[in-house]
Design a protein. Structure first.
Ligand SMILES: NC(=O)c1ccc[n+]([C@@H]2O[C@H](COP(=O)([O-])OP(=O)(O)OC[C@H]3O[C@@H](n4cnc5c(N)ncnc54)[C@H](O)[C@@H]3O)[C@@H](O)[C@H]2O)c1
Length: 424
């Protein structure tokens, strides 16, 4: 039998400990269902044939980890509004992310327009979302006054620019990670644009709805851990060859896409969520080390970022005064995954309900640990109820920006640096 831990394309989430699920009913249900984390979950999962694959034909890490081993809440999803939010979706790249979160299946959503710069992808996204209206670009789509909200699933370097533009056009914004791409100025611009608009902004950080992180967050909020003394997170994704993607320079999809050789800590949200997403806190200071890579495209002379590192490991001071170790790597072959752990001053196990909220009929948890449907549902709910979404702009930037500073620190051999703070 193949060893899943040592398969570079395989995500192996940390199995939650028994004490993480305080209700006996959960444990009974998990046991009797005989399902395990990381294996296809209960509801509506895609077949392997439909999952996005890289150039070597391997399923892209994360999409095969559907989670869902914790039973859904017994409470059925309750409809509370007849409103249908009119949503526009941008981006149907190699990860086919535009259609992956189930906006098209939510009873309170109508996907009224979609876009991708590449016509064939635009057509596929329209088909996947059962939507007739298409625009040639996100820039054109956001001019449509009938659209209430957009989901930005384009290449990472375009997120901040498109999000700010959409907010300026009066649209709520959901975006794939990260919130900004290597730019502290963009972070401030995005923060100001959200505040000025008064609209909802949410970053779809998939780790936030991993079974374990979600449970730890609920328990943290209930005081079961006290402060978090130490936390750690990893995003290990081996790129022996570049994963093709959109190339903002050539405006084409090619092997020199935005991911090629990017500084690992510019993509820090999957790991940083294992502190920020649990506590709602932030990182205040960082010292980060990097190691030059033996993988050719991860060498400074071979990528557009002049990035010399294939792996970067950051030590953060947290806003609670604790410590956090967050690692992102593109050149470690074994142990691929998006996971983490938290350790608090206390370890109480009470009666906290750690089950994720119920989902509307037709919406499933989906990929990346059963997170997709929950992120979308949370965003829609926040818009309908006019409340703060789970990963709002402050939390999005408190997950993203520390990585940008961490990379600066790594370039200075671990010099301690202050991290900008975002508070709403
Ligand atoms: N676990 C996760 O949260 C996770 C996993 C995978 C990907 N992602 C994120 O999803 C996003 C998409 O990833 P991908 O690998 O599919 O990217 P990609 O580079 O393969 O594709 C990006 C697509 O966006 C389109 N696009 C770019 N600018 C546009 C514009 N102005 N208007 C309309 N379309 C535009 C491009 O034509 C392209 O098809 C990225 O931001 C990535 O970081 C997140």
């Amino acid at each position: 039998m193949p060893d899943p831990i040592n398969r570079p394309d395989h995500e192996t989430p940390t199995p939650p400990q028994e004490s993480d699920f305080s209700r006996r009913g959960f444990l009974r249900a998990v046991g009797s269902a005989g399902v395990s984390l990381g294996v296809v979950g209960a509801a509506g999962q895609s077949s392997a044939a439909a999952l996005p694959k890289d150039a070597e034909g391997k399923v892209i890490a994360g999409f095969n980890a559907t989670g869902g081993s914790i039973p859904a809440s017994e409470k059925l999803w309750q409809p509370f509004s007849d409103r249908k939010i009119r949503v526009g979706i941008a981006g149907y790249g190699i990860c086919a992310f535009g259609a992956a979160f189930g906006f098209q299946d939510h009873p309170n959503v109508e996907v009224v327009a979609v876009t991708d710069l590449i016509p064939s992808r635009r057509a596929k996204l329209a088909k996947a979302c059962r939507c007739e209206k298409t625009y040639p670009s996100c820039e054109e789509m956001i001019k449509d006054d009938t659209i209430d909200a957009v989901f930005i699933a384009t290449d990472a370097p375009s997120h901040a620019r498109l999000a700010v533009a959409a907010l300026e056009h009066g649209k709520h914004v959901a975006t794939a990670v990260p919130a900004v791409w290597g730019s502290l100025e963009d972070a401030d611009r995005l923060f100001d644009a959200v505040k000025k608009s008064g609209l909802k902004y949410m970053m779809f950080e998939t780790s936030c709805y991993h079974d374990d992180l979600y449970a730890w967050r609920e328990r943290y909020l209930a005081g079961e851990f006290g402060k978090i003394i130490y936390s750690e997170g990893e995003y290990f994704h081996y790129f022996g060859t570049p994963l093709g993607g959109y190339n903002p320079k050539t405006k084409k999809v090619d092997v020199n896409g935005w991911r090629k050789g990017c500084p690992p800590q510019w993509y820090p949200t999957h790991s940083n969520a294992y502190y920020v997403g649990v506590t709602g806190g932030s990182f205040t200071q960082v010292s980060c080390l990097g190691m030059p890579s033996i993988v050719p495209h991860l060498q400074a002379e071979n990528n557009a970022y002049q990035n010399p590192f294939g792996s970067e490991v950051a030590l953060f001071r947290t806003s609670e005064g604790g410590m956090s170790r967050m690692a992102v790597t593109w050149d470690i072959m074994n142990g691929g995954g998006e996971r983490g752990r938290v350790y608090g001053q206390k370890y109480e196990t009470g009666q906290v309900d750690v089950r994720k909220p119920p989902l509307p009929p037709g919406v499933s948890g989906g990929g990346h640990g059963g997170s997709h449907g929950h992120l979308m549902s949370e965003f829609v709910d926040a818009v309908l109820r006019d409340r703060k979404p789970l990963v709002d702009v402050a939390q999005a930037l408190n997950m993203t920006v520390p990585g940008i500073v961490a990379h600066q620190s790594a370039l200075k051999d671990g010099e301690w640096m202050n991290v900008p703070q975002y508070l709403l």
